[in-house]
Design a protein around this ligand. Structure first.
Ligand code: ZN
Length: 318
């Protein structure tokens, strides 16, 4: 399997991250963060979500965010949508792509989206039709692809069967999500190999969590299987937790970008500016974020710092 020489980083912080913040992040600050990410070279981003403001008050300003943010040429600004109504709002606000989540587990689907899986699949059909009619992209996320807090480990066959349903509908952009951070690299390798073989016309991306420290190892396993698109969150913001309180753990964007850059894989992202965006995210939410590269720098930054420290010591000695 050929390893991609270039990957797309999908920034999800403004949506997946900020939706979990206890206090409402002012619209202007959300826009500031999105713009900083765009200026750092991010070209695919979950900008916001068009779920009901009653369900998600933190993102009740979705329309204002979409209207106020800068858009890079060639950028794909993705909106999360729960159903047809949300899709219509998102498309009216200029979303380039709408993304709907379904879960492998019917139990969790009822809890998370408030409807049985079969009803969610019906919504998927409507969302896809609406996006196509508007000439926009529709993406589907297969949530809990490796494990469900309520039903336990998820067999590969169950994911394959669900992917088969959405692929038959006509979805070409399919995101496999380890929403609880339960996957290991061997599982990821096996799953992505099989998906690519069985659905050669679909394009798969991954939404991985680092809840148990396996986030980047899982990315590497998938990349070696030819996967070229990965979600990540600036500073490691957010991580989704409807059932399991405090289950944080989105992969940190700058750590992911650093890994690819160190391996000679292109991302199109400017690391210095990305670190600036991570510092901005920290400032906006008012607490430190779990980012390795933000705290320790890239290898080049590390060597530079050592050189400066040594020069300073030498100057003091002389
Ligand atoms: Zn997540």
């Amino acid at each position: 399997m050929s390893e991609p020489t270039r990957v797309t980083i999908v920034e999800v912080g403004p949506r997946d991250g900020l939706q979990l913040e206890k206090s409402f992040v002012p619209t202007a600050r959300k826009i500031e963060l999105i713009n900083a990410l765009t200026r750092a070279g991010i070209r695919r981003m979950e900008a916001t979500s068009f779920v009901s403001p009653k369900v998600m008050p933190q993102l009740s300003d979705a329309a204002e965010v979409m209207a106020g943010m800068e858009r890079a040429a060639g950028g794909v600004y993705v909106a999360l949508v729960p159903n047809l109504k949300g899709t219509q709002r998102a498309l009216a606000c200029g979303a380039d792509s709408v993304k709907i989540v379904i879960c492998t587990s019917d139990t969790y689907n009822r809890r998370n989206v408030g409807m049985p899986l079969e009803d969610s699949l019906k919504s998927c059909t409507e969302v896809l039709a609406a996006a196509r009619q508007a000439g926009k992209i529709a993406e589907v996320v297969i949530g809990l692809s490796f494990g469900c807090p309520l039903e336990g480990p998820v067999p590969e066959d169950k994911v394959i069967a669900l992917v088969n349903r959405v692929a038959e509908m006509g979805y070409a952009e399919i995101s496999i999500a380890d929403s609880m951070g339960l996957a290991n690299p061997r599982q990821v390798r096996s799953m992505m190999r099989r998906l690519r073989r069985e659905f050669p016309r679909a394009h798969f991306s991954l939404h991985l969590h680092d809840t148990r420290g396996l986030g980047l190892a899982n990315v590497l396993a998938a990349w070696e299987e030819g996967i070229d698109m990965f979600d990540a969150s600036i500073g490691g913001l957010g991580g989704s937790a409807v059932v399991v309180a405090g289950a944080t753990g989105n992969i940190t964007t700058e750590d992911l970008v650093n890994m690819f850059h160190e391996m000679g894989v292109e991302t199109g992202v400017d690391m210095g500016k990305l670190q600036g965006a991570a510092r901005l995210a920290q400032e906006i939410i008012g607490r430190p974020l779990p980012s390795h590269v933000l705290n320790n720098g890239t290898p080049a930054q590390f060597y530079q710092k050592v050189r400066e420290d040594e020069a300073r010591k030498a100057a003091q000695r002389s």
